[in-house]
Design a protein around this ligand. Sequence first.
Ligand SMILES: C[S@@+](CC[C@H](N)C(=O)[O-])C[C@H]1O[C@@H](n2cnc3c(N)ncnc32)[C@H](O)[C@@H]1O
Length: 212
Amino acid sequence: MEYNVIKDAKNILNNSSYVVKNPQSNKNRWMQAFGNKNPIHLELGMGRGEFIIEMAKKYPKINFIGLELNESQTATAVQKLVSKNIPNLKLICGNASDIATMFGKEIDTIYLTFSEPWPKPIDEKKRFTHESYLKLYDRVFKKNKHIILKTDNKGLFQYSLETLSQYWYTFKRVSLDLYNDENPISNLPTDWEIKCVKDGKPIYYLDARFDE
Ligand SMILES: C[S@@+](CC[C@H](N)C(=O)[O-])C[C@H]1O[C@@H](n2cnc3c(N)ncnc32)[C@H](O)[C@@H]1O
């Protein structure tokens, strides 16, 4: 995926009250950071933030955190938030592989939205549904595990169905064409998803859970 480069991205991030500059210091303290005991939902690889911002606006009783590796992408999300007051939203510019340093057992739901598919076998470990990531998620899920995944990549979707079921997740919903499903699924689109839908691509969706 190509990204627009924002020259002063670092500055934009530093000056935004939405961006948590040292997320490690909030580990086991996110409830205090939000000032309430509401559930916490985390999106990994939020890109330009369309999904997490709109989710936070729609569900004020849920706390949302968008995490993104790329500074310019995160800065674009920040720019969408200028003069908006969304107290249940925070952003992190960081690596998904570091989430166990940022969170204790505090997360209720993880969204994996149009994650990089990493199709080459040599890159398998980088896929967000590789077993090593599923083990990482175990360290941050509060009790029950809940993953919502959306992708336009069939290979990543098939792979994720396999790894999640091998890891004892069960599927509450699976759709091979989210926008044309017989039983509509409540959904807000990501930036990438908007483009895929315009291009007429089917969106694959799964809602996976593991209840203790
Ligand atoms: C294809 S884009 C999708 C962005 C967004 N979820 C959407 O649907 O519009 C994948 C995003 O994941 C981010 N990403 C890739 N590896 C990451 C990592 N290890 N940690 C955090 N973000 C990552 C990329 O920078 C990119 O913004």
